[in-house]
Design a protein around this ligand. Structure first.
Ligand SMILES: Cc1ncc(COP(=O)(O)O)c(C=O)c1O
Length: 362
């Protein structure tokens, strides 16, 4: 039995499994969900019937998201921008991590031969999903030094490929850079369909953008909410777009436990706010420490990680950090990221260990 040749040429999304005392390789939050809220989730879930399928439409979670992110937000939510006018549960789909929703949306918008434009280096899943859909992948390679995504070159490429789909994350993983101010509006004005992944948007103080007929935004509980183990993501778009994407998405992808955790989290938004404030302040501290080292080139980052180029071969530094109990991500195989490592921002103590270890090794 032979698989499709384009799939045979692909590699699976994977990560070498390494144990480390200080795990700073997957952009996870260093802060666990509070114990008493975990207990609250367990109590609520224990009252449910586990022999019954979850609500097919995830209505209560979608309603909780719509109310949390609609305008005007309740006073406690002001930290995250003005909220989206007219956001209702019909504008929202939830999935088993935003990965699942990215796959559904690419499946819905990119068929065989559809031009799909994306900045590169970026989250490698995008290119895989485009390949699986049979789309025409149009990567825009860029250097991460400026801290910005290559907006003008993306716009030029859209002009050459009318009807293109654009997929990007801002802040971008793994470089940390963002779209220049007004970039999303300009992409939408160009006529492209934009799949906008805001997995790290909270760390850049970006609000959920207003609804637009050619815009789908993807958000996740994995980063700012510190709930990567939960596997819940959500997308927002017009009701019509949500209806179409839902045809591609798998049914019942959220279980009753994940739904309950997400709802409890939304009822306790100060957790997200505290996480974000701590990470943003630590990011500045770690960046300043790295900036003092002349053998390191640090790229500007608005995310919960920092990416930097080393003078010594980065693989040697990666191993030396591992030997000191610190696991970072070797991103040197990405285009334009030779000799680069990425470190997630951890707790103050984790960051101190990383800073000290890097001083000794880089
Ligand atoms: C840009 C980007 N989008 C999406 C995801 C995945 O999010 P989720 O955990 O919700 O599937 C990641 C995970 O690292 C990411 O970096």
């Amino acid at each position: 039995m032979s698989v499709r040749s384009d799939v045979a040429r692909m590699s699976a999304y994977t990560l070498e499994l390494r144990m480390a005392e200080v795990k700073l390789n997957q952009n996870e939050s260093p802060f666990d969900f509070p114990q008493q809220l975990k207990q609250q989730v367990l109590d609520r879930v224990a009252k449910r019937s586990w022999n019954i399928y979850p609500d097919f439409e995830s209505i209560s979670l979608r309603a909780a998201l719509a109310s949390a992110y609609s305008s005007p937000p309740p006073p406690a939510q002001r930290g995250e921008g003005p909220g989206v006018r007219g956001l209702t549960p019909d504008n929202i789909l939830v999935g088993n991590g935003s990965n699942e929703l990215l796959a559904a949306a690419i499946g819905a918008y990119a068929g065989p031969g559809t031009p799909v434009i994306f900045p590169r280096p970026t989250f490698t899943l995008y290119e895989k999903l485009i390949t699986i859909a049979g789309g025409l992948a149009l990567p825009i390679d860029f250097d991460p030094d400026s801290g910005f995504l290559p907006l003008e070159r993306m716009l030029d490429t859209i002009t050459q490929h009318p009807g293109a789909v654009v997929i990007l994350c801002s802040p971008n993983n793994p470089t940390g850079g963002v779209l220049p101010e007004g970039g999303l509006d300009r992409l939408l004005e160009s006529g492209a369909t934009v799949l906008f992944d805001r997995a790290y948007g909270d760390f850049a103080d970006d609000a959920l953008p207003p609804l637009h007929e050619r815009l789908v935004t993807f958000s996740t509980f994995s980063k700012a909410w510190g709930l990567a183990g939960l596997r819940v993501g959500w997308l927002a778009s017009t009701a019509e777009n949500c209806r179409e994407i839902r045809k591609v998405k798998l049914p019942y992808s959220l279980n009753i436990i994940s739904e309950t955790i997400a709802e409890v989290a939304l009822g306790n938004r100060e957790i997200r706010d505290r996480n974000v404030a701590a990470i943003v302040s630590e990011r500045a501290r770690v960046a300043a420490a790295l900036g003092e080292n002349p053998r390191i080139t640090l790229f500007p980052s608005s995310a919960n990680f920092l990416t930097f180029r080393t003078q010594r071969p980065c693989k040697e530094i990666f191993e030396a950090l591992c030997a000191r109990g610190i696991l970072v991500r070797d991103v040197s195989s990405y285009p334009r990221l030779e000799n680069c490592l990425r470190v997630s921002i951890g707790s103050r103590e984790q960051n101190d260990r990383f800073i000290t270890a890097l001083k000794e090794t880089a």
